[in-house]
Design a protein around this ligand. Structure first.
Ligand SMILES: Nc1ncnc2c1ncn2[C@@H]1O[C@H](COP(=O)(O)OP(=O)(O)OP(=O)(O)O)[C@@H](O)[C@H]1O
Ligand SMILES: [Mg+2]
Length: 278
């Protein structure tokens, strides 16, 4: 017999995650599922690649056949309709084309793209021709793009060394067809971390403390999934970015210090402090 379910947590929304697997559990689809779940929503997945990695680096990457990526998207999402989509690692042109085909069929409006290019350990995760079509065809289709500094440099051709450069690059991404941009400042050597949110009518710089730790594996994946979750639940993109940054910040602060390299962060921090995210 079913017990009274009234005090059980109710799932807030459904998120489709299109991304690569990280066997070490700290980044990629594993980080995405943990984030979406910890923030109270339901995660569906379409896996684009399987990486063999640990906190010290990526050993190998095996691509999933592009048609099977499209099939994962369509078959799962036609049954359980997602409220929003988070896109991470898309390693080549054919993968991007198949993802675009899938998106066209689903007609979901809320899409966040984390244009993953290089892993924290330095491994390249996307090729040149893929970058071109990501810029030309995928970028205009998404609600928000969340490049880190090196990714924003590749996408815009602008060298970024300070906040002004970040704003300049964000503006260029808008001119390239992006609707909203969040350039993440984790890679700059500034005392505080500055993340720049930008669109045609708004500029907001989120300032957070910079923690001296090597344990920042998966911060980017985690942030884009958190933003997607908050956005899917009705928050504005700007507010979703603010809450997402806060979530990542606390996840870094409470990291479990696992592994000998760039260790994972603590996705469960929201469960302990969930009242802060209302
Ligand atoms: N040392 C740090 N202290 C506090 N916040 C940080 C730190 N490093 C990154 N962040 C935050 O983490 C988020 C992700 O930024 P980052 O620039 O690290 O993304 P990324 O390079 O895409 O990450 P990944 O390597 O996981 O792909 C940003 O909101 C940034 O402010
Ligand atoms: Mg990243």
């Amino acid at each position: 017999m079913l017990r009274n379910q009234s005090n059980k947590l109710k799932l807030k929304s459904k998120i489709l995650i299109i991304a690569g697997s990280d066997s070490s559990g700290g980044a990629g689809i594993q980080a995405d599922i943990k984030t979406v779940t910890s923030l109270g929503s339901f995660a569906l997945t379409a896996i684009t690649a399987v990486t063999v990695q640990n906190t010290k680096g990526v050993k190998s990457v095996v691509s999933i056949p592009p048609n099977e990526i499209k099939n994962q998207i369509i078959y799962s999402a036609k049954d359980i309709k997602p409220d929003a989509i988070k896109i991470g690692m898309l390693q080549n042109k054919s993968v991007i084309r198949n993802v675009l085909d899938g998106l066209k069929l689903l007609k979901i409006k809320k899409i966040v793209l984390d244009p993953v290019m290089v892993a924290k350990g330095g491994a390249n995760l996307i090729n040149e021709s893929a970058i071109k079509i990501l810029k030309k065809e995928l970028l205009p289709q998404v609600s928000l793009i969340t490049p880190n500094i090196p990714e924003a440099e590749v996408l815009t051709g602008i060298k970024i060394i300070n906040k002004e450069d970040m704003i300049f690059a964000a503006n260029k991404l808008i001119n390239l067809g992006a609707k909203n941009v969040l350039i993440k400042g984790g890679h700059l050597k500034t005392e505080k971390v500055q993340d720049v949110f930008f669109n045609k009518s708004d500029l907001k710089i989120f300032i957070s403390p910079r923690y001296k730790t090597k344990n920042t594996h998966g911060t980017g994946c985690t942030l884009s999934s958190a933003i997607t979750t908050f956005f899917s639940c009705g928050k504005s993109l700007k507010r979703a970015c603010e809450l997402g940054i806060k979530y990542v910040n606390l996840a870094i602060l409470t990291n479990p210090n696992y592994g000998k390299g760039h260790g994972p962060i603590n996705h469960l921090n929201s469960v302990v402090i969930k009242n802060r995210f209302k």
